[in-house]
Design a protein around this ligand. Structure first.
Ligand SMILES: Cc1ncc(COP(=O)(O)O)c(C=O)c1O
Length: 412
């Protein structure tokens, strides 16, 4: 049974002040989870989580995570600017981009951010645009498939990211000759993985590569960035990852591979998004229509503009009818938004309690890659974002878009 973090009574109260639809975030859940992650990696002296800003680019969320000791992982100019506005600088920022425009590298250098180079050719590009810093990270792509326990988790060989092993070695040599004093390596080999073995397996690959790089090039490797990818259970029958088992799995690889190579001082970094925020956000909407044709439809006041994952990936998001948590799921509905796109369905053939117009519908796990992936198709405007604070109060942390926002970029 998946339970929302917000009760019917709380939602009734919230909707007296704030109309639906809105994304709601759970400060308590976010903080407790961030603390668990830190505790799971406390064995590593330099450990730091760089929250993937792309998952939930909101200063209030970033500030909560900053208070919990996190830095930020940025992937674009505006994410870097957002980080700057949240007083992040230098080692608080990881810049993991790809096909990077010149002004983004310039901004990263201006902020003294740690740059994670996606490609071998970016060395020359970066040098021309703004010079090579003394500390730099390179992104590795081992190619082929990435398997855990004989199961294919993903296909790095098909991914546009990172450098081959040969390029990585050559990159280290060239960068060292250009004055780099400290190196990092990074890889992101699979996304939304529900397995405690993903990070340890990835760590194994990166740690062995780090030892090889040190031996071949003499480079000083200061950190290894395991990136994002830890999954969350979107479906009620899925099993949650155990972050302490993950931390311990990485520690064992560290002891086995890095320590004997004299690399026991390497800092472990992560740049998680989904794991940090996914379960601690939900999209709250009102059922505004019911439609009976060949199927039963419930139309919401939100749409794929607010949460595109179901339309884009066919992703499952659990749905709760607030106040009817214990009612029997004896109806089958398609839960839809209002876009002129037939894939604008939050749920298809979903067993739910009887829904009445006016019911509050909670779409779970929208906290990461939810609001952030929104767009403006059909001229639909993006919803507001609210924070359920630790003391139970609610704060608007982003207003809803207005027609003026939509028209602001147009010339008439
Ligand atoms: C470079 C990089 N780091 C971190 C993340 C965060 O991934 P996740 O939200 O799956 O943890 C992403 C997601 O796309 C990414 O591209």
């Amino acid at each position: 049974m998946k339970k929302p973090f917000v009760s019917y009574e709380q939602l009734k109260e919230i909707t007296k002040t704030y109309s639906t639809p809105f994304h709601l975030y759970d400060e308590k859940g976010i903080r407790e989870n961030a603390r668990r992650l830190r505790a799971a990696f406390a064995w590593n002296k330099g450990y730091k989580e760089y929250f993937a800003v792309k998952a939930t680019p909101n200063p209030s969320i970033i500030n909560i995570l900053r208070e919990e000791g996190c830095g930020v992982d940025c992937s674009s100019l505006t994410e870097l600017m957002l980080a700057e506005r949240c007083s992040c600088r230098g080692d608080d920022i990881m810049f993991s981009s790809n096909a990077t425009p010149a002004e983004e590298f310039r901004k990263a250098r201006e902020l003294d951010a740690q740059i994670n180079l996606d490609d071998f050719t970016h060395i020359d590009f970066l040098e021309k645009v703004c010079g090579i810093p003394e500390k730099i990270c390179c992104r590795y792509n081992p190619g082929g498939t990435f398997d855990i326990e004989n199961q294919i988790m993903d296909r790095p060989g098909e991914a546009k990211y990172g450098m081959t092993k040969e390029q990585l070695i050559e990159a280290f040599r060239i960068l060292k000759a250009k004055g780099v004093k400290e190196f990092g390596i990074h890889a992101f080999l699979a996304s939304n993985v529900l397995s405690n073995y993903y990070y340890p397996a990835l760590a194994g690959v990166l740690f062995e590569t780090a030892v090889e790089l040190k031996e071949l090039t003499g480079a000083h490797i200061g950190f290894i960035n395991l990136s994002g990818g830890i999954g969350i259970p979107y479906r009620p029958d899925e099993k949650e990852n155990d972050i302490f088992a993950i931390g311990e799995g990485v520690r064992q690889k560290f002891e086995k591979i890095l320590v004997p190579a004299g690399m026991g001082d390497v800092a472990i970094y992560t740049e998680l998004g989904r794991y940090m925020l996914g379960p601690y956000g939900c999209l709250v909407s009102t059922a505004i229509h019911e439609k009976h044709i060949y199927k039963e439809y419930i139309g919401l006041d939100s749409c794929a503009v607010d949460l595109i994952r179901p339309a884009m990936y066919g992703a499952y998001h659990h749905v709760t009818v607030s106040g009817k948590e214990d009612a029997p799921c004896d109806h089958i509905y398609d839960i839809t938004g209002s876009l002129c796109e037939n894939n604008d369905k939050f749920a298809i053939d979903r067993k739910l309690p009887k829904i009445d117009v006016g019911d509050l519908i909670i779409i779970h796990d929208s906290g990461a890659h939810g609001y952030a992936m929104g767009y403006n198709y059909n001229g639909k405007l993006k919803s507001k974002e609210l924070l359920l604070c630790e003391d139970g109060s609610v704060r608007m942390i982003r207003r809803a878009e207005t027609p003026e926002d939509y028209f602001a970029t147009l010339e008439f």
